[in-house]
Design a protein around this ligand. Structure first.
Ligand code: ADP
Length: 478
């Protein structure tokens, strides 16, 4: 057995969803910041390293050529002038003779702990050898480039990574602080995004809960007018509630009307039966009463059938057997059906239709539509009047007009004539149930079309049916 609460998300799962959303946002935000910082760090470290190597290399070339030109005094002079000019921090410079004795050695005073024995390399002529020597205490690294000069002297220039490491350490501290700030912003953003995203959904849930708890459908989700997808969802949801509300109101109204309108024939039935039972007239009178009862019950059945047809068409459950319907033929059929009645009332009844005009529709239902319209036209047009049926195109739409020169409809009644069981005062003397036009509208709308009416009291009315431009491909007649 499944309970209704099983399908309902619990408050916890909603919060879990909010938490997941926030966590995803925070992870993405903080993760991207971390990647960006790491990339910047790697780039900076490699740029600094490259710059140090370039300094070492260019100094090595400069001092080596100086040494080759002017010997040790030339080298000393060059180093001194560089130091005086403050060109760059103090470099390690060494020239080693063929028997490993230092010809020249210059090293900054604060440098200590480097095991220079590891620098005893023997590069081939025209090649440069890079060596790293780590200071045991400070952990600094001395990066040294060595070359062999033509006279066999090995010339070396080196630079400590100390200042570079200092700079990178400072950068790391700054980046750590920045990362902390970015993480805070990310978390704050995650909470804000989650709240603003889930807010409308929570309001939607609250409205649904209220409707389910109270059964009252008037509640609506407050409009935010932001134009985003959630706003659209709220608007659609409110629109759906409006539609449901109007359908319920319509159903309630028509149920009341039907109940009210059923009372009259049922009372009449009862009174015919009662009178017949009480009278002591013969079997012929009883037979007559039974026939009257039959007629009344036929009226009730016809009314109920029409009400059900309207409901089916309005709710989309009416089965439409679509086929190609020739409009000229449809109008002619209707004219033929009402020719005798119209002639009796001395009314001119005619039709015009563009040739080849056709609809993909349920032929029987369209016959019902046309019969209702022409029945009304004949009913509400005095003797001597005229009724015209016209089939035409308007753009891509197929339009059918039923025009009469009858009593017309007062402007106040005009919008209400499509309502179930509505009858204008002027027409109460005529037979009718007030369901014909409701059925016309329901069937036309079930075909995707729409209806309209224009009228002038005392001059006549025009009922217009407009069928949509795009019809599904016509089905071959069965
Ligand atoms: P009814 O059975 O009363 O004809 P309908 O639903 O067909 O019910 O029409 C509703 C009301 O619309 C009618 O009672 C009448 O007042 C008005 N009406 C419909 N057609 C016409 C018409 N051609 N001319 C004047 N009034 C009309």
């Amino acid at each position: 057995m499944c309970s209704s609460s099983a399908a309902r998300p619990t408050g916890d799962s909603r919060y879990t969803f909010g938490f997941r959303l926030a966590a995803w946002y925070a992870v993405l935000f903080v993760g991207s910041a971390l990647v960006l910082i790491a990339l910047t760090y790697v780039l900076l470290a490699s740029t600094l390293r490259q710059r140090d190597h370039e300094i070492i290399q260019s100094t090595l070339e400069k001092y080596a050529s100086q040494y080759e030109q002017d010997g040790v005094p030339g080298l000393v002079a060059a180093i001194r002038s560089d130091r005086l000019a403050g060109q760059h921090e103090t470099l390690f410079v060494r020239a080693v003779g063929a028997y490993a004795q230092a010809v020249y050695f210059s090293s900054p005073e604060d440098w200590s702990g480097f095991d220079l024995g590891r620098l005893d390399v023997a590069p081939l002529p025209d090649t440069k050898v890079w060596s790293d020597v780590r200071a045991a205490q400070t952990g600094d690294v001395l990066e040294v480039a060595s070359v062999r000069l033509p006279d066999g002297i090995i010339f070396q220039v080196g630079k400590s990574t100390g200042s570079r490491e200092d700079l990178l350490a400072r950068f790391r501290t700054v980046m750590l602080l920045a990362f902390g700030a970015v993480s805070l912003v990310g978390l704050g953003g995650a909470v804000f995004i989650t709240r603003s995203t889930l807010g409308p959904i929570r309001r939607l849930i609250a409205v649904v809960r209220r409707i389910m708890a109270t059964g009252r459908i008037e509640a609506r989700v407050p409009a935010r007018e932001t134009g985003d997808a959630l706003d659209e969802l709220s608007t659609l949801f409110n629109g759906m509630l409006d539609r449901i509300e109007s359908l319920i109101a319509g159903m309630r109204g028509s149920l009341d009307n039907v109940a009210h309108d059923l009372r009259t024939p049922m009372m009449r039935l009862r009174s015919i039966a009662e009178t017949a039972l009480e009278s002591d007239r013969g079997p012929e009178a009883l037979r007559e009463a039974l026939a009257d009862c039959l007629e009344e019950s036929d009226r009730v059945v016809a009314m109920l059938t029409t009400v059900m047809d309207i409901s089916e068409a309005e709710t989309g459950t009416m089965k439409l057997v679509r086929e190609r319907v020739d409009v000229a033929h449809l109008l002619q059929e209707t004219v033929d059906l009402y020719a005798d009645v119209a002639e009796e009332k001395q009314q001119a009844l005619g039709t015009t239709a563009a040739p080849e005009l056709s609809l993909n529709a349920d032929h029987n239902r369209l016959r019902q539509v046309m019969a209702n319209l022409v029945d009304n036209a004949v009913k509400y047009t005095p003797a001597g009047g005229s009724i015209a049926l016209e089939g035409r195109t308007d753009g891509n739409s197929v339009v059918i007009d039923v025009r009469d020169t009858g009593i017309g409809i007062p402007p106040d009644d005009l919008p209400r004539v499509w309502e179930r069981l509505y009858r204008a005062d002027a027409s109460r003397s005529e037979r009718g149930l007030g369901l014909g036009l409701s059925l016309v509208r329901a069937i036309v709308e079930a075909h995707g079309g729409r209806v309209a009416v224009t009228s002038r009291p005392g001059e006549g009315s025009t009922f217009t049916l407009v069928f949509p431009a795009q019809h599904p491909p016509a089905m071959p007649p069965e």
